[in-house]
Design a protein around this ligand. Sequence first.
Ligand code: TYD
Ligand code: MG
Length: 460
Amino acid sequence: MAKAKTAYVCTECGAEHSKWQGQCTECGAWNTLSEIVVEPARAAGATARRGGYAGAADAPKVTRLAAVAALAEQRHATGIGELDRVLGGGLVAGSVVLIGGDPGIGKSTLLLQMLGTLGASLRGLYVTGEESLAQVASRGQRLGLGLDGLDALAETSIERILAEAGANRPDVLIVDSIQTIWTELLTAAPGSVSQVRESAARLVRFAKESGTSVFLVGHVTKEGGIAGPRVLEHMVDAVLYFEGEAGSRFRILRAFKNRFGAVNELGVFAMSEKGLREVPNPSAIFLSAHAQPTPGSAVMVTREGTRPLLVEVQALVDASALPNPRRVALGLEQNRLAMLLAVLHRHGGAAVYDQDVFVNVVGGIRVQETAADLPVLLAVLSSFRDRALPDKLVAFGEVGLSGEIRPVPNGEERLREAATHGFTRAIVPKANAPKKSRIGELDVVGVDRLDEALAAARDA
Ligand code: TYD
Ligand code: MG
């Protein structure tokens, strides 16, 4: 075999360099270059052909997409509804999915349970580089999975894994975790950027050639990224993050990138003694159970992925001893909070420039949509005035710089969700309010401007 050629890749921006150097000339970062293998030209060509352009052995030809559509992605249900939802409707043959998350969050458990529920329809192979086969088997037993249909392999060498998988031909291959896998082509230690990248690249190629669905488990670094170069996220078809708050048994699976479905789709699970249980109707679990209305608490209807969620947002506003009062936003964007406070001053008549403002979204949820603006301001004002919002009130709506309340998508669906959960009053953008101002028991108040919204909350 020809000696493999190597190059150096920047772990910050993914730029390739032929020689090692201290600073990446592309992005200017220091000490980020790491060795990778560049395949011999011949081998790479052979791979591309084996990749299969619809039977043609030579150069690829222009193809009418209508003819390709017949071969369109085949989906298989995994048997775990919440996982299917995040994947965009089930497993796609030949896809590569990276699942990241903190240690102990439940990645191995989820994937082992998935192999168990795939059942007779698809064959799975679980490759473990972290645990012994005995550990995997005893976990499988504890989870109550039928171990008869489950194949496992304890191995960390990518060459041997691919040889086994090539002979075994599983429909689903799980590699737990990619950070333990190494190739003999490289001298770098397992877990190093070059090893992770090269091993992942080989697995991606294997998935595309064989039609096997591959799941890679990845650890999360302190900064929150998946350890290894950014390029790992570019190489795979989908990146899912498994998150959960310390001390909470709820786990959230979130699609961060998905070539086959919507991003920001959420799957919700609860960890039990018998492994992960699905929470198919999670809408109300992000509400904290107050016996009475509490100042500083507001409920919003946010929409994550394709379903509405009722989420509580809490604010604490307190006189600051600092020359620069603090603005802390957990689960929301910090800059957006600063902007909203300015709008509240100018158009809502509440001056909080000498107050510390803390805002938290309950349950460890991250809300990225602007529909949270209005409920955030209601919570802030409620804490500032130390007056609780009315019981059973929900709100959503974007707040503009001139104090206008703008509509958000899927208003009616959000309102119906709130009605289902027993809310009796909603303050929403006028354009989102239905013609009849009632949905079931829910009274809907449509507002155009921030001062109207604040008045509606006060008078309710
Ligand atoms: P694990 O899947 O090993 O996490 P990861 O692979 O992401 O590191 O999950 C381990 C945690 O889950 C551990 O703290 C114990 C807990 N757990 C349960 O509570 N119930 C169970 O049935 C199982 C298998 C694990
Ligand atoms: Mg694990």
